[in-house]
Design a protein around this ligand. Structure first.
Ligand code: NAD
Ligand code: AKB
Length: 315
């Protein structure tokens, strides 16, 4: 492997804060450049640059300064926050990604990671065992930007040979940082409430089933996809991935096996309609065949680890 220098946009977020650590292990601290709109709250190891992804000029200066060869483009507004400001969501998610793609076309950037989401599904998408290429009729501005993002990734790949890779992540669950405004955030919040001995009022119905994944699996999948030989990838830009699917009632019952006093109530809000438009589980056979994707965590092992990790952090 030649020398790689990685730029992460949106690095302070739920994924970036974990991914940066993994990338530093692989490429070395000096070769991972974290960036975000705001300075990080905690001191981080290594380089950090304040960067609004809408500022193409500054993005170009950072790429030049560090001789960046790969970008993990994570800066985005997610589904729930996105519905509060759809125009800003369109701008940040679309123009931000276009700025990355244009920069790649004009510089030595060799590879880009751009996550998609289960938010691309909706309307006539089948909700069970959702195929890789179903009708995509997203119900949110966030989902629309992810769907167009997939098309842009494919276009730049075909037209300009830019190696853009992506995964349709399900809802991600992690203990390192709080999620940033999605519909699946309840599945992280619930653990914090349970471990702190508090009651949890869920913003989704008890029976609202969604696909989810534990962060270690999501990070491993991301790195495995980025490292896979290009000629093995049949789609590269938007792989379906499945790990586990559960409802709020099912995760609450699993938590109660460890914390019997934990209590939950349900007060669905506007996020219920978003969840209702999404799917329940996904056919990810292409990822399994192309690059050997295999999840390690299910609901039971993820719940056990989340509780242990959060309890450790409380001490
Ligand atoms: P997050 O909301 O936790 O983090 C996003 C980061 O982007 C934040 O730190 C925010 O400050 C930054 N940001 C926002 N606007 C910016 C701008 N204009 N310029 C620079 N930075 C800006 O999100 P995340 O969960 O870490 O998600 C990262 C990516 O993964 C997103 O593209 C998201 O759509 C995708 N994804 C996440 C999930 C999930 O469950 N976490 C699921 C599917 C897809
Ligand atoms: C959200 O809920 O918006 C995200 C996602 C599934 O893309 N977690």
């Amino acid at each position: 492997m030649g020398k790689e220098v990685i730029l992460i946009t949106g690095a302070n977020g739920q994924i970036g804060s974990v991914l940066a650590e993994e990338l530093r292990q692989i490429y070395g601290i000096a070769n991972v450049i974290c960036s975000d709109l705001q300075a990080p709250r905690q001191t981080i190891i290594g380089h950090f640059e304040q960067l609004n992804v809408l500022d193409a000029k500054r993005m170009g200066e950072i790429v030049q300064k560090y001789k960046v060869s790969q970008i993990y483009h994570l800066a985005a507004l997610l589904s729930a926050k996105g519905e509060e400001n759809p125009m800003l969501t369109w701008n940040v998610n679309m123009q931000g990604f276009l700025n990355v793609l244009q920069l790649a076309q004009n510089t030595g950037i060799r590879k880009i990671f751009h996550p998609s989401s289960i938010a691309v599904f909706g309307g006539r998408t089948p909700k069970q065992n959702t195929p890789q290429f179903p009708p995509l009729e997203p119900s949110t501005m966030y989902g629309i930007t992810k769907k167009v993002g997939e098309d842009l990734a494919n276009y730049y790949f075909d037209k300009f040979q830019i190696d853009v890779r992506g995964i349709r992540y399900p809802g991600l669950i992690s203990y390192q940082s709080m999620p940033g405004g999605g519909t699946t955030d309840y599945a992280v919040d619930i653990f914090h409430k349970a471990v702190n001995g508090e009651h949890f009022d869920c913003f989704l119905r008890a029976d609202s089933k969604l696909p989810m994944m534990y962060m270690p699996d999501a990070i491993r999948a991301t790195l495995e996809l980025m490292e896979a030989p290009l000629d093995q990838l049949s789609i590269h830009y938007a792989y379906n991935l499945q790990a586990m699917s559960f409802t709020p009632a099912e995760i609450a019952a699993e938590i109660q096996l460890h914390i019997p006093d934990f209590s939950i109530s349900y007060t669905p809000d506007f996020r219920q309609a978003i969840a209702d438009s999404w799917i329940e589980n996904i056919d990810d056979s292409l990822a399994r065949k192309d690059w050997g994707w295999q999840e390690e965590y299910d609901l039971s092992s993820m719940t056990k680890d989340m509780i242990e990790q959060l309890q450790k952090r409380k001490k």
